[in-house]
Ligand binder design. Structure first.
Ligand SMILES: [Cu+2]
Length: 312
């Protein structure tokens, strides 16, 4: 076990260095433009192209045995669907079952990586939940309707797309006493939603009128900060409920738009990796669209824009 872990670390760092040496020096104009968000000239947007699954991810998969064929099934034990909570503190309790093939959420103390669950309050960026035996609690949840969405994820944040991996509940906070001027946090201190600028693309949030029976796109990745080797290839990944994409025999498409440029389409439900990112902030918009290219409405969740930061 320890031996294979050392080998894995060695292989990954060797690959990281390999990637780093391939980086081209940035031109002066690109460096100048790299700090302006949402306003990059088209020429820079066009440098972003689809790449294949990174070798580092392939190597991790090879070391995982049959885990990638697992079919984890999650249950949200708490909060129950439709529950009214009279407190701004909301416990989230999950159970994992199904055909796990060795898949189990948990962080490796050495690499700080591991399988985990993505937990999403309303339509905010997800929080990673590693050890389901530890309590997960939302604090300062504001009054109103909310949703929690969860799904099983791999160490590189690619979601499991089998039936049962994804779950959603709707609940209501009433007279909870939450402070809408302050962020909603998890008990580990991380921000789940925020009304302040430090929350970046987060808002203080309540749920939209989400119908769990209607087509639902859940934005997962990219998220946050990507540095050096990690910024070489950035993954777009999402969850789809009640919607089949065109090349999977359905009628829907997922449209992604980088930095307000031309919308591109994903017609098969699998992650894509994009390469060619300049340093600075980038916006990523993911939308679920129908045959007429219109966004399918479901409480506003089917069109989500996030900002990421690329550091190199
Ligand atoms: Cu993740």
């Amino acid at each position: 076990m320890i031996n294979s872990r050392y080998i894995a670390i060695f292989v990954l760092s060797a690959l990281a260095f390999g990637c780093a040496t391939q980086q081209q020096p940035k031109s002066g104009s690109e460096a100048m433009n790299s700090n302006t968000s949402n306003a990059k000239p088209a020429a820079f947007r066009e440098t972003i192209t689809i790449a294949e699954r990174p070798q580092t991810v392939k190597d991790q998969m090879a070391l995982r045995g049959a885990q990638d064929e697992a079919e984890p099934k999650l249950t949200i034990v708490e909060p129950k669907e439709g529950l009214t909570v009279t407190s701004s503190t909301v416990k989230v309790k999950l159970i994992i079952a199904g055909d796990l093939k060795g898949y189990m959420p948990g962080m490796d103390p050495q690499t700080k990586m591991g399988n985990h669950i993505h937990v999403i309050l309303d339509n905010q960026p997800y929080e990673a939940y590693y050890n389901l035996d530890n309590e997960f609690e939302l604090r300062n949840v504001t009054d109103g309707e909310h949703t929690i969405r969860v799904f099983a994820s791999r160490p590189w944040h690619e979601s499991y797309k089998n039936e049962g991996s994804f779950q959603m509940v709707r609940f209501i906070v009433k007279n909870g006493g939450g402070d809408a001027t302050k962020p909603t946090t998890a008990n580990n201190g991380s921000t789940m939603a925020s009304p302040t600028p430090e929350g970046k693309d987060m808002q203080n949030s309540t749920a939209g009128t989400v119908d769990p029976k209607k087509p639902l796109l859940t934005y997962s990745r990219p998220k946050g900060e990507y540095k050096d080797a990690a910024a070489e290839s950035i993954m777009i990944d999402f969850w789809l409920d009640n919607a089949k994409l065109k090349d999977d025999g359905g009628q829907y498409r997922v449209r992604y738009t980088i930095d307000g440029g031309v919308g591109m389409y994903i017609d098969k439900w699998e992650p894509i990796w994009l390469t060619g990112w300049s340093a600075g902030t980038h916006s990523i918009k993911l939308e679920l669209v129908d045959q007429a290219d219109n966004v399918v409405d479901n409480g506003g969740y089917n069109s989500t824009t996030r900002e990421i930061t690329v550091i190199r």
